[in-house]
Write a protein that binds this ligand. Structure first.
Ligand code: NCD
Ligand code: ZN
Ligand code: ZN
Length: 344
């Protein structure tokens, strides 16, 4: 008989964007309703580059958590060419859990990112020493490299040497999108892990062009061909603790996505677990969802697993088409459509 419901330990989101100001107030409740904790990306304008800024940002997020919901934001710093090595100690003492590498120009708000990894040696050394993970947006930015190859080329030209220079630095390859990335992480040492989004498990690049251009399916790294999606599903549903949940839910005002030069990022927070359940169900692997969503990430970060549970039911409901987003509108991925799983 087909499984009608599944109860799992309360999950965490190991890769999330919540922005700031009115946008933050609009999106934090969606994540807090689903997850116990989330790793908050630091790509604000200007980016979060000091322990003090991370602590202040954490307070703004906590203030946006609805009463009665227990949700803990886990903070990160944004790596720049000149993030001082001694900020790492202060960050760790302030409860910051990781540092994020954006190659300069690779994605939304990455202008202040790293231009050359060699410039960050001292800081990476401090992170390795303190056991503070490096979270990586793994794409090269060279305009001559085909957009669809940028992740695979990053692994070859940046990640392999980085790993050689820092054998015990904890590295999370964020939002992996290719077979090459899944293979790299599987074969790498125990200090290496990866997050996988729900949209990269559910869609291939055809979704971007189905009957016309579909800006709400546009994110970075961009969706890839079907063979890559299949490899990601295998990685996520295989029970391997190196792979865990990271939604990369990345809100942008609808008018800035439906634009001549549309922003990159899919907003999945309002139905994140429902989308993951759909992907795991399609792969006949609902029994592997709990490890992926609730155990592997906490274990890798050396944090306790959550207590409490959530239940997903096979029960169709329609995801709202839009949410208020300050003065603008926010359109979630699959908004206005029927979802087959619901979270209670
Ligand atoms: C993210 C964003 O909008 O901040 N966008 C995206 O397409 N994933 C940035 C990122 O995670 O690369
Ligand atoms: Zn990214
Ligand atoms: Zn992201």
């Amino acid at each position: 008989m087909t499984q009608q419901e599944i109860t799992i330990t309360r999950p965490d989101d190991w890769h999330l964007h919540v922005r700031d100001g009115e946008a933050l107030k609009a999106v934090v409740p969606h994540t807090a309703a689903q997850f116990g904790r989330a790793i908050i990306m630091p790509n604000l304008k200007p980016p979060v580059t000091t322990a003090a800024q991370a602590v202040a940002y954490r307070e703004r997020i906590q203030a946006a958590v609805p009463k009665g919901m227990a949700f803990q934001p886990l903070m990160t710093l944004y790596l720049t060419d000149n993030l001082p090595a001694d900020e790492i100690r202060r960050a760790k003492d302030a409860g910051v859990v990781a540092v994020k590498l954006y190659p300069a120009g690779a994605t939304t708000n990455s202008d202040a990112g790293v231009t050359d990894l060699r410039k960050t040696c001292k800081t990476l050394e401090a992170m390795q020493r303190e056991g503070l993970p490096l979270l990586v947006h793994g794409e090269v930015t060279s305009p001559e490299i085909d957009l669809f190859d940028r992740e695979a080329v990053f692994i070859e030209t940046q990640l392999v040497p980085l790993r050689r220079d820092f054998p015990e630095l904890k590295i999370v390859v964020e939002h992996i999108t290719t077979r090459e990335a899944a293979q790299y992480v599987r074969a790498a040492n125990r200090f290496t892990a990866a997050t996988i989004t729900a949209h990269h498990l559910l869609y291939n690049r055809n979704a971007l062009f189905l009957g016309g251009i579909r800006p709400h399916y546009y994110c970075l790294p961009v969706l890839k061909r079907e063979a890559h999606r299949v490899a990601l599903v295998e990685a996520a549903t295989g029970g391997n603790p190196k792979f865990f949940l990271g939604t990369d839910s990345a809100p942008h005002a609808a008018h800035l996505k439906e634009h001549a030069c549309g922003c990159a990022g899919c907003y999945t927070a309002p139905a994140a677990m429902e989308l993951y359940a759909e992907a795991f169900d399609q792969a006949d692997a609902l029994d592997k969802l709990e490890g992926f969503a609730s155990f592997h990430g906490a274990d890798f970060y050396g944090l306790p697993r959550n207590s409490g549970t959530v239940t997903l039911r096979r029960e169709a409901w329609t995801l709202p088409e839009t949410f208020a987003y300050g003065d603008a509108l926010l359109k979630p991925l699959r908004g206005g459509e029927l979802l087959s799983w619901s979270l209670s």
